[in-house]
Design a protein around this ligand. Structure first.
Ligand code: NAD
Ligand code: GLY
Length: 355
């Protein structure tokens, strides 16, 4: 049976929407066909997801636009390609985009939807753990620039999010820890009980036990909704979700996106936990506990030595959170609690991380 988490976003316009957890992909597509009967509907997906799930699309109801799988598709060229395809297929202001895939597809298709004809509706159907717990919720959509991640984007909320946890069965082995990094992040910054649960049940979770996964996904959706509800446009509190991401994004960019997002933020979280420790905010035990949990889920905790600290810190300057020469970090106060907006110069970070 499915359950629903509602994201309330009532500003000048009502951007609230439901996250339906535990539905099936087929049912989601049926619901969409019903709810958007008169709209032309375009599924944007990637080559891998299409090879697993392409068989269930009704090609009379949905047009499928496929891009190559991988982070490299989150670029201007692919956005242009999709826009050209939409125009040639006569998409209009009433058309609907459905982002079916991981975070790359969600961010890319969402950004296409945000700007196509000044904005058309879109729906997220996330198929990776990372996308189900994080990227499909909250309306951050973007593409990358050669200078850094997500530098070109928008806040643009989906009309609905459908989560079929069954799609995680086909997720490649290395993609699972990628998503677990974001799950662990939620525990580390907001929810000690979630953190404890992840520690106690790692064997079951790693076996992708459906009920544990559903429980985790639902909790993460609730936590993300709570944050987005209070700070949709990341003026303050939402930065809490960036724990591990300042250093993590720098690692991703330096590796030319060969290191996956989750792996990079796992290393980033440990580096930023060390920064929290150096500033007297947490105990050394907290770093150990965080590192152990990340490792239990197969995540790396040490930044490859081929990236020097100087290179890494220089790369953090392309982060969107930079302000008057200082980089804004989200740091830990303890497991389950974090502090946003800790401003540090490159020199300070270098000194602290060099110890
Ligand atoms: P991804 O979208 O590249 O998916 C990972 C791989 O899994 C791909 O090869 C994909 O083809 C494949 N795949 C997806 N679903 C599958 C399935 N069910 N079965 C088999 N294969 C499947 O990567 P990701 O980790 O989901 O997302 C990473 C992206 O998300 C990054 O670009 C990151 O910046 C972004 N992100 C965005 C937000 C946000 O709030 N918008 C938050 C976190 C991350
Ligand atoms: N993933 C960070 C955010 O949505 O704000």
């Amino acid at each position: 049976m499915s359950s629903t988490v509602r994201v309330h976003l009532k500003g000048v316009v009502d951007n609230s929407y439901d996250i339906v957890i535990g539905t099936s992909l087929r049912q989601a597509l049926r619901d969409i066909a019903n709810d958007f009967r008169d709209a032309s509907k375009f599924i944007i997906t990637d080559s891998n997801v299409k090879s697993h799930y392409g068989g269930i699309f009704n090609n009379k109801l949905f047009r499928i636009l496929t891009v190559p799988a991988g982070e490299r598709s989150k670029d201007r060229k692919t956005k242009e390609y999709l826009e050209d395809r939409l125009l040639s297929l006569r998409a209009d202001r009433n058309s609907l985009i459905i982002a079916l895939g991981g975070g790359v597809i969600g961010d890319l298709a969402g950004f296409v939807a945000a700007t196509f004809m000044r904005g058309i509706p879109y729906i997220q159907i996330p198929t990776t753990l990372l996308a189900q717990v994080d990227s499909s919720i909250g309306g951050k959509v973007a593409i990358n620039h050669p200078l850094g991640k997500n530098l070109i984007g928008a806040f643009y909320q989906p009309k609905k999010v459908y989560i079929d946890t069954g799609t995680l069965k086909t997720l490649p082995e290395k993609e699972f820890p990628n998503g677990m990094a974001e799950v662990i992040k939620y525990g580390a910054i907001l929810d000690i009980q979630l953190f404890n649960f992840l520690e106690k049940n790692h064997k079951q979770i790693l076996k992708r036990d459906r009920s544990s996964l559903t429980r985790i996904i639902k909790r993460c959706c609730q936590l993300k909704k709570m944050i987005v509800h209070q700070d949709e446009r990341e003026t303050g509190l939402r930065r809490i979700l960036n724990f591990g991401h300042t250093v993590g994004h720098a690692i991703e960019a330096l590796s030319n996106y060969r290191i996956g997002h989750g792996e990079a933020i796992a290393m980033g979280m440990v580096a930023e936990a060390k920064l929290s420790y150096a500033l007297g905010m947490i105990n050394y035990d907290d770093i150990t506990r965080l590192s152990r949990l990340l490792q239990a889920y197969g995540l790396p905790i040490t930044i490859p030595s081929r990236f020097t600290l100087k290179q890494l810190l220089r790369a953090t300057l392309h982060d969107k959170k930079i302000k008057q020469g200082t980089v804004q970090y989200t740091l830990l106060e303890k497991i389950g609690k974090a502090k946003v907006g800790v401003q540090l110069t490159l020199k300070e970070v270098e000194q602290h991380l060099n110890r």
